[in-house]
Design a binder for this molecule. Sequence first.
Ligand code: IPD
Ligand code: CA
Ligand code: CA
Length: 259
Amino acid sequence: MFEREIDVARQAAESAGALLVELYGNDIHVRKKGRVDLVTDADVQAEDLIVKTIAAHFPSDGVLAEESGRYRGDSGRTWLIDPLDGTTNYAHGFPLFAVSIALEIEGRLELGVVSCPVMGEVFEARRGWGARLNGHPVHVAGTARLSEALLGTGFPYNLRQDPELHIDRFARMVLSAQGVRRPGSAAIDLCYVAAGRFDGFWEVGLKPWDTAAGVLMVEEAGGLVTTLQGEPFTPYAKSVLAANPVLHQEMVASFQRES
Ligand code: IPD
Ligand code: CA
Ligand code: CA
């Protein structure tokens, strides 16, 4: 199912990734969307390329893209697009960033592609088909205890509005887990859970384009994805918690104990 869609998504993600690499390190224009939220010319050009590629193949589909917003099609299908996930990394010359593209049909995620061009890695998932990294199946890790887990996380751009909550949560996880990393791209964090590189990932305040492709990747790799409170996840939820099913229970219990 969705052979043509995944081919188009892969082609769009790889072309956008190549464009990002071409512009990387050049003197590109960087603007602030908020106090710490950046956007570069590379975000805008990559998104333009992706949206045009998808519109050329599927003109009646809708699009929800980070920089240009929502276009409502009439097919009941919506493409969720983050042309550059990890803009802060990109703008600082820190080479970890990705292109994330997912397709949602009648509220259900059906496919996702995450391309990490500098690493030469493309993750792909389709519902019921599994998750793959450069064509090879990937699975979540089997780590069953938080004390043995390597976790990923991120901080929302509005961190300064309620710093204690996020920092307390981070401190608790750093003290309970084997290690916690903050790579700077939620799409990559989720793919790393799918590939067993991370045992778990949590973050609050992400947007649908950040999570959609990566969440399907985790589910198709055998992982569980919910909100921090253990409620069902949708790309429009306010938080995300992804892990293998055993570790997931321990992480939910830990977040539920928050006062
Ligand atoms: C950001 C990254 C980051 C996460 C932020 C996101 P952007 O996306 O995914 O890891 O912590 O919350 O907004 O702005 O680089 O596309
Ligand atoms: Ca993003
Ligand atoms: Ca982005």
